[in-house]
Design a binder for this molecule. Structure first.
Ligand code: TIU
Length: 234
């Protein structure tokens, strides 16, 4: 006989409480790479003040610690391209007029190219052994990646999101997840944007119309729910 499923945990969220399923929720950390967060990377080449993203590191670390303590699944993503740029459409590489383009050499190696130092996740949030790492050529993490197959393998139906940037890769991935039937929750302090007004607008877009894209919760609410999760439930 299969044991009864552990009870769901109410997370205080907008537009209404999120019913966290201890057996089926993965933490998804989007693109916390040196190329976005540190000077000299892709984000800086686009003309952004990368210091604005540092605020997301400590809250994301708190989430990771709580998730790992429960033994629940963690997924990290990296926006990245093959060294020959065969997975980088010219329309993406040529966009805008940055100081450096994807694949160009910078102080942390070639921008957004797999294997280069700048493409790695910041040391504070480095993936632990056994955690899933998805290299993605697009802004959304489902496009041209094995993410859906990995989530199915893990039995995951709920995704709790952290990472950068809120309105680009995080929101795109939440929308992809929502359309695929996943329940998606964004943790407010664990995400950041180069444009704080866009982070605020994204949060409102997600929760509008009864949660048209998903839910948004404060970090404390998620940590509180995790603290009440049955030991080892997964
Ligand atoms: N430019 C910007 O805000 N973001 C990206 O290019 N990628 C991600 O959001 N990861």
């Amino acid at each position: 006989m299969t044991p009864p499923a552990p009870p769901r945990l109410a997370v205080r969220a907008r537009p209404f409480d999120f019913a966290l399923d201890p057996g089926r929720a993965a933490l998804v950390v989007i693109d916390m790479q040196r190329d976005f967060v540190e000077p000299g990377g892709f984000g800086a080449a686009l003309g952004n003040d990368v210091a604005l993203l540092a605020s997301a590191i400590a809250p994301t670390r708190a989430l990771l610690d709580a998730w790992r303590a429960r033994g629940w699944p963690v997924v990290h993503t990296r926006e990245s391209h093959a060294p020959d740029l065969s997975d980088c459409p010219p329309a993406k590489r040529d966009r805008g007029s940055p100081a450096l383009r994807i694949g160009d050499p910078g102080p942390m190696g070639r921008l957004l190219v797999r294997g280069e130092p700048g493409c790695e996740i910041v040391p504070e949030l480095a993936p632990a052994p056994g955690e899933v790492v998805i290299d993605k050529p697009g802004k959304g993490a489902f496009f041209a990646t094995p993410l859906q197959a990995e989530l199915q393998r893990l039995g995951v139906t709920q995704l709790v999101f952290a990472g950068v940037t809120t309105e680009v890769c995080v929101q795109t991935t939440m929308r992809e997840a929502n359309d695929r039937g996943y329940e998606a929750l964004l943790v407010e302090e664990a995400t950041a944007s180069y444009l704080p007004a866009f982070k605020a607008a994204t949060i409102e877009m997600i929760v509008a119309q009864g949660g048209i894209v998903g839910w948004v919760a404060p970090l404390a609410a998620v940590l509180d729910a995790l603290a009440h999760a049955p030991a080892g439930a997964r």
